[in-house]
Design a binder for this molecule. Structure first.
Ligand code: GLC
Length: 420
């Protein structure tokens, strides 16, 4: 009898304990972007976080190969005030829009005031993520467009790194002629109507020393320079340096074709380095150089800043736990892990010169300066519209369904009221 009672008491106690543990369990559902945002590495960080925080379970959701597809998906979820997703990753172009739409929970109350919380980050992320004095999101990883190139081919043909687009065209033509490989392209860029095509429009424009917007976000389009920039891309197609169907090329196409040894020069983002060096099917391991983007003759090199942030959903039922997770994902340790494992660019300046990071990605040693000097796409509450107009028009010009002048007129007419 005595024994029975003890057993029953023990069982009850065990059940109670289990119940208590159950009550403490929080499940956080995280939208972690598409493949280029390396959800596999984010999962490893989530696993570490779970191990250190046994009360939290993290479920991961991925999807949307490109930034604008992810924006479409998240706007559907968030417009419906759906509480299923607690945390989501967003492109650097998005915090202003998400914040003004009421989709993200301001983080000040959870992590502190912007002046101190954002100070350690690279300035461009500190500024993109603070809207009206509120922390809209915390930086996950930095990014910038680079010119990747085939070091081996330039050396073989005695060619120095080109500093202007004309030099790049000449170098490409010389190498293509000498190699005699019909599959070899001189330059690959992103001409499909994806978010990256906004940068495709801006790069040659900025490199003429022109600004697309002022500090307040008002459009300051120089139409002559913009048309000249677009015409420059078409000229590279006409010279056989870029392929004819450039208007269909997405980020992943450039990466795959470069990996297959079919491209001399490729414009792409930081993550691409890891694909070139680390992928089993890469034929270019050890043959890849990285250099600043060329300028137009008489202009100066300019690159497009990218990067990804972690935001807490305004509709989450576990905001405090979600904010803690976001803090961790945006920590120096996480930044170092992502740099070493995936060549995802750090959001903290000092991580670029960390010995382990430089060992894994030697060119990161000088890359913080590139991010600091790089230029940002407009910060706008209506960025979705800004992006739609620029990327679809740019792609149409590259597909030759519009002339550069028509394309630029259209950008001006459609954005005049949006960016004022
Ligand atoms: C990269 C950049 C991001 C950009 C996107 C475009 O992921 O980090 O900012 O918008 O590419 O494709």
């Amino acid at each position: 009898m005595q024994r029975r009672t003890t057993l029953a008491a023990l069982t009850a106690a065990a059940l109670l304990a289990a119940g208590a543990a159950h009550a403490q369990q929080t499940t956080l559902r995280v939208f972690s972007g598409g493949q280029n945002q390396r959800p596999d590495l984010m999962r490893q960080l989530f696993d570490k976080y779970q191990a250190a925080n046994p009360g939290v379970k993290i479920e991961i959701e991925t999807g949307g190969a490109t930034s604008e597809l992810q924006r479409q998906y998240l706007s559907t979820v968030l417009n419906a005030k759906d509480s299923a997703i607690d945390v989501f990753m967003i492109d650097v172009v998005n915090p202003a829009q998400y914040f003004s739409s009421g989709w993200v929970e301001p983080l000040n109350a959870y992590v502190g005031e912007p002046a101190s919380v954002m100070a350690p980050y690279l300035p461009v992320y500190a500024s993109a993520n603070v809207v009206d004095g509120k922390i809209a999101a915390l930086p996950a990883f930095a990014d910038s467009m680079f010119m990747y190139y085939r070091k081996d081919l330039l050396a073989k043909h005695g060619i120095a790194e080109p500093k202007t687009w004309d030099e790049l065209a000449a170098a490409s033509k010389k190498i293509m002629a000498a190699e005699g490989n019909p599959a070899l392209q001189g330059l690959s860029i992103q001409g499909a109507p994806i978010e990256g095509a906004v940068c495709t429009f801006l790069l040659p424009y900025w490199s003429q020393g022109k600004e697309f917007n002022d500090a307040a976000g008002k459009m300051t389009l120089d139409k002559v320079a913009a048309a000249k920039g677009l015409q420059g891309w078409l000229g590279l197609v006409d010279q056989g340096v870029m392929k004819k169907n450039i208007a269909e090329v997405k980020t992943g196409d450039t990466v795959n074709e470069f990996k297959a040894g079919q491209v001399v020069f490729a414009i792409n983002w930081g993550f691409a380095w890891d694909r070139f060096q680390g992928d089993k099917d890469s034929t270019v391991q050890g043959k890849v150089g990285v250099m600043p983007l060329p300028a137009v003759a008489g202009g100066k090199s300019a690159t497009c800043i990218g990067g990804w942030q972690w935001a807490v959903s305004a509709f989450s039922k576990s905001k405090a736990e979600a904010a803690k997770l976001v803090r961790y994902m945006s920590s120096p340790d996480s930044a170092k892990f992502l740099a070493v494992q995936g060549s995802l660019m750090p959001v903290y300046p000092q991580t670029y010169t960390d010995a382990d990071v430089v060992k894994a990605v030697p060119w990161f040693k000088d890359a913080a300066a590139v991010v600091v000097a790089g230029k940002s796409r407009p910060k706008s509450e209506r960025y979705g519209e800004v992006s739609d107009v620029i990327r679809t028009t740019t792609s149409a010009v590259l597909a030759r369904t519009k002339t550069p002048a028509e394309g630029v007129d259209e950008i001006e007419n459609r954005l005049r009221r949006v960016m004022r």
